[in-house]
Design a binder for this molecule. Structure first.
Ligand code: SDX
Length: 397
């Protein structure tokens, strides 16, 4: 047992590590950050409050929160040299390719002055990453659009600052929308951490060698990009757009049939999960947030939401999905709501990486600060050739 939670020995043998940060009960569809249910955090807190919680283990009081917000705001700018790095990319590069490169390049600006055995150095690395990811994500978008980079404005809170860097232009003042900003804040909370998912495990394994935390976060971004992981939000929206183009609600049954056929190469993107064998609690909250945002932008009748709801209904009544315990996951609705926020499809996984950075760095810090920590070294079952001698080239057939 591990305190409040007990595990059966079989599960313990599959666990890659122990952690105090996030708890998932896949059968019950429960997600806790430091013991707090995701539903309550998404309702009562803002994203930086949840960042403080994930990093420190406790929710901040007002004084600590104000100090944390101020500190984060002082790290939002990136080195001016970093801005030049974007010039090396084609304008039409996928923004995630830019993110992997630029976030990895942050190592070049901090590596020499960073001692990861020093808790203060680890803390400021966490602040720098949480603060700079929105700036870099917005820069990737602006570079792709051919518009000038917008500098962060410290008088603005985290998500208004980001939305202005994304959609503001020097020619005029950006008009903030509080409903959209609050919705984005909730979306970031829902994506902040998720136990030992593929990208977090990547960050832990990279970090276990003592590598620079900025390079480790870049490795997490690379892993998150995959369509089976964070890239699923982009793929799920594209799936909905394609069904809409192909005939919309009338074609849902046909699509679900294809998704059940192994040979079709088609999956119901945004459905299924390695751990949740019940409804992903984040998907429920994402659906609610989607409705709020669509109402705020006057798009209550967005056909893609109707399509997603119809797909969900059919799948949840279909033996193939029910028998395999396949439910909507965090990515199923996230594309619809991000599109309604004005975020282009190619940027969805960048938003996911911006949110998950706090989870990655909190878990990296938990690992590095453990004095017992050793370099990760998974083993394998060898199924290759048995020992044999090299035949010189002249004698090879
Ligand atoms: C994220 O790990 C995390 O926590 C990740 C994440 C996080 O916050 O970090 O939650 C974020 O990555 C969410 C998942 C996003 N990915 C997708 O939505 C892509 C579509 N989903 C599938 O690719 C799949 O469900 C996975 C990758 C998510 C899980 O892969 P598994 O473990 O192979 O899937 P499973 O065990 O749930 O599959 C059981 C069966 C298999 O068929 P059989 O071999 O039993 O016949 O269900 C099938 C799968 O082929 N299946 C699907 C399906 N997902 C699984 N069939 C159709 N459509 C699907 N979406």
């Amino acid at each position: 047992g591990t305190g409040a939670f007990t595990y059966d020995p079989g599960f313990l043998s599959t666990a890659s590590c122990s952690s105090k940060i996030t708890y998932i009960d896949g059968d019950e569809g429960v997600l806790l950050y430091r013991g707090y249910p995701i539903e309550q955090l998404a309702t009562h807190c803002d994203f930086l409050e949840v960042c403080y919680l994930l990093l420190n283990g406790e929710l901040p009081n007002k004084v600590d929160k104000d100090k944390f917000d101020w500190t984060i705001s002082r790290h939002t700018m990136v080195h001016e040299q970093l801005a030049r790095l974007f010039q090396g990319f084609r304008r039409d590069s996928h923004p995630m390719a830019v993110m992997v490169g630029v976030v990895g390049a942050l190592s070049a600006f901090y590596h020499d002055s960073l001692d990861i055995t020093n808790p203060e150095h680890r803390e400021i690395s966490a602040y720098r990453l949480i603060a700079k990811l929105p700036t870099i994500v917005a820069m990737a978008y602006k570079y792709n659009m051919g518009q000038p980079f917008m500098y962060p404005k410290n008088a603005l809170a985290y998500t208004p600052n980001f939305m202005r860097m994304m959609f503001g232009v020097p020619a005029e003042e950006y008009e903030q929308n509080d409903v959209l900003n609050r919705a984005l804040d909730r979306i970031l909370i829902l994506h902040a951490d998720h136990e030992q998912n593929a990208s977090t495990s990547t960050v832990r394994l990279a970090g276990s060698s003592g590598a620079n935390p900025f390079a480790c976060i870049a490795s997490g971004i690379a892993c998150l990009w995959g369509p089976a992981h964070g890239g699923a939000n982009e793929a799920a929206l594209q799936m909905l757009i394609d069904i809409e183009k192909d005939g919309g609600l009338a074609k849902v049954g046909e699509f679900v049939k294809k998704a059940k056929d192994k040979n079709s190469g088609v999956k119901l993107m945004g459905f299924g999960h390695r751990v949740y064998k019940n409804y992903d609690p984040r998907a429920k909250l994402m659906q609610e947030t989607t409705r709020e945002v669509l109402a705020a932008v006057g798009a209550e009748n967005d056909p893609l939401l109707k399509l997603a709801m119809a797909l969900e209904k059919i799948a949840l009544e279909d033996e193939y999905f029910v028998s395999r315990k396949l439910y909507p996951n965090v990515d199923f609705y996230s594309g619809i709501v991000q599109r309604a926020l004005g975020i282009p499809t190619s940027m969805f996984t960048c938003i996911f990486s911006m949110a998950r950075t706090v989870g990655w760095i909190a878990q990296w810090n938990e690992m590095i600060s453990d004095p017992e920590q050793k370099i990760g070294r998974p083993r394998q079952l060898y199924t290759g050739a048995t020992k044999r001698d090299v035949v010189p080239m002249a004698k090879r057939k």
